[in-house]
Design a protein around this ligand. Structure first.
Ligand SMILES: Nc1ncnc2c1ncn2[C@@H]1O[C@H](COP(=O)(O)OP(=O)(O)OP(=O)(O)O)[C@@H](O)[C@H]1O
Ligand SMILES: [Mg+2]
Length: 225
């Protein structure tokens, strides 16, 4: 009898630990991620969520274990050259250039990607920034700057999204748009890693709650009780 094997995961986080500043931040993490999946990382401040994304991006190396992409270790230089082209990183630093217009801030990334720049305006329009396209970014509020970052993600169109607290500064409609583009991206086979402190609705997501790293000391919050 022929037994059909399940497909190998696109990304396998295999017993990974990570040190920062000579301390273990992440310990023995295991996750299998297939095309179309989402992993939501939660946990207290300092628990290692951003560190986990940095490791997936190849900015930090695991101190033990391995991260495999299509079965290959992402830290091997030949593999990393290919793997990094799959990634789109959205962080709290928005890398918005003040001299460029809003549209140019998206198009610049699209053109660097070897595309013609035609996806940028529709992406801004989807994110509700169409009428600000020709303005300078100083005209943008915090939430609008976040929307610009999300428009970039759409315009560039890479398959693996690494999103560090993408809903920060977004209003209710902005969060709905975020949920919409994540769902659409996954339907097209994309993969999403999201860290968040705020609830984001992501259907059939996997959740990884990172444990608190140190025995907790009393804080002002305890005194308020
Ligand atoms: N550049 C760095 N060098 C050394 N240690 C760092 C560095 N950045 C963070 N750390 C440490 O690594 C630990 C995990 O930090 P990380 O930024 O991954 O947490 P986080 O879960 O993303 O927290 P937050 O919810 O505040 O964003 C923290 O204890 C922090 O002190
Ligand atoms: Mg963080």
């Amino acid at each position: 009898m022929h037994i059909r094997r399940p497909p190998p995961p696109r990304i396998l986080v295999n017993n990974v630990s990570c040190m920062r500043n000579a301390q273990t931040v992440l310990r023995n993490i295991n996750v299998s991620v297939h095309d179309g999946s989402a992993l939501v990382l939660t946990g207290a401040n300092g628990s290692g969520k951003t560190t986990f994304l940095r490791m997936l991006a190849g900015f930090s190396r695991p101190s033990a274990g391995e991260i495999l992409w299509n079965g290959h270790d992402i830290t091997s230089p030949g593999v990393y050259q290919q793997y990094k082209l799959q990634l789109n990183w959205l962080s709290l630093k928005d890398a918005i250039k003040s001299k460029f217009t809003v549209l140019e801030n998206v198009q610049w990334y699209e053109v660097l990607e070897g595309k013609d720049g035609n996806a940028s305006l529709p992406a801004l329009e989807l994110m509700g920034l169409g009428r600000l396209a020709n303005e300078k970014p100083r005209m943008l509020s915090m939430g609008q700057r976040k929307r610009l970052q999300l428009a970039r993600l759409l315009a560039i169109g890479r398959p693996i999204w690494l999103m560090d607290e993408p809903s920060v500064a977004l209003d209710a409609e902005g969060v709905q748009l975020l949920e919409y583009i994540i769902a659409k991206h996954r339907k097209e086979g994309g993969i999403v890693f999201v860290t968040t402190h705020l609830p984001i609705e992501i259907e059939d997501a996997m959740y990884l709650r990172l444990p608190q790293r140190f025995p907790r000391r009393k804080t002002l919050v305890d005194l308020l009780d």
